[in-house]
Design a protein around this ligand. Structure first.
Ligand code: MTE
Length: 317
């Protein structure tokens, strides 16, 4: 994801370090760390250490099938967008500084009663399942991964929004001492995203707590993130601390930064190019296979009716 006013740190995907080079460098670094002692490196929390580890793997919902192979875990886990920890794709090590447990989320705004929920307790209360979804970044790379979590509709039910609530705004933590990217003051921190209530309660929309049959690793947005598979990846906000139910359409991080490039709806469409590149095809992470982009990322059957009669909106940006 880059903005129009391109700065030095924002290198296009095509110029980024190839994954193989990066992975080799990591292996070398890990080897060196073994020789000199690992104390100077951030501690990489193992999935087994998470307080919710006993809940994984969760049963797979066979209703969601893929038309492509799953992306290898090591590939997906080393190619991330998490600007709180830097604007490169190689943020996995830096994201280990994220203190994801314990964690709480606020439910606020137009709800019957505002609440603060402990995330571990929330996860234990929900019925977890695994789903295989396609994931499409606006930068034209894609992956296919097994997410574990629960329908966002269950969270909305718990929140009990008032009938005046039309949207839900989600917010990521703001802690510049822990997340060095947040010291880059030109970004409109904290990261925010929003959905209509109809989108949030659509069957596909998931609150994700795990991936690859394990508790979610930090770089994917531990301990709780959103997944909306028919929209570009930037809508899928990570490490959420607040759900605010509101009447007006909220402004989100990328829309505020570059409104001519990123909009509220951000539905995947091969026929609507980004102002600076085509969206007709996508590159699968790991294999570099080129595939045709699918309208609504292939999920039109579930979601196309959400947008009927809205032809005048910028639905695909
Ligand atoms: N959420 C937060 N808080 N910060 C981010 O930088 N990046 C977004 C989205 N959610 C981002 C975020 C973008 S641009 C993408 S493509 C996806 O996360 C990437 O998810 P992944 O790293 O799990 O593949």
């Amino acid at each position: 994801m880059f903005i129009k006013r391109k700065r030095g740190w924002e290198i296009p995907e095509s110029e980024a370090t190839p994954e193989s080079v990066f992975l080799n460098r990591r292996t070398l670094m890990a080897g060196a760390a073994g020789l000199i002692g690992a104390s100077a490196l951030p501690r990489i929390a193992l999935a087994e250490e998470r307080p919710t580890s006993d809940l994984y793997p969760a049963p797979r919902n066979e209703g969601f099938v893929l038309d492509r192979d799953l992306t290898e875990e090591s590939v997906a886990a080393n190619y991330n967008n998490f600007y709180e920890f830097g604007s490169s794709k190689s943020v996995a090590a830096a994201a280990q500084r994220l203190e994801a447990w314990p964690w709480s989320v606020r439910i606020e705004g137009l709800v019957e009663e505002e609440q603060t929920l402990d995330v571990e307790a929330l996860i234990r209360r929900m019925s977890l399942e695994e789903r295989l979804y396609r994931f499409r970044c606006v930068e034209a790379w894609a992956m296919a991964v097994p997410w574990t979590g629960f329908p966002m509709a269950d969270l909305v039910a718990l929140a009990r929004p008032l009938s005046s609530a039309k949207y839900v705004l989600m917010e990521t933590f703001y802690e510049p001492t822990m997340a060095p990217g947040q010291r880059q003051i030109w970004y409109p921190w904290p990261y925010t995203e929003g959905l209509t209530i109809a989108e949030a309660t659509n069957e596909l929309t998931m609150m994700v707590t795990g991936i690859y049959g394990k508790p979610i690793a930090n770089q994917f947005g531990a301990p709780l993130r959103l997944i909306v598979p028919w929209k570009y990846g930037f809508k899928s906000i990570k490490s959420i601390v607040a759900f605010r139910f509101v009447e007006e359409r909220p402004m989100s991080f990328w829309e505020e930064l570059a409104p001519q490039e990123y909009g509220f709806w951000a539905n995947v469409n091969p026929d609507v190019p980004h102002p600076r590149w085509s969206q007709a095809t996508e590159r699968m992470l790991g294999t570099n296979e080129r595939r045709d982009t699918l309208l609504f990322n292939g999920y039109g059957e579930w979601v196309a009716d959400l947008y009927e009669g809205m032809e005048r909106e910028r639905l695909f940006a």
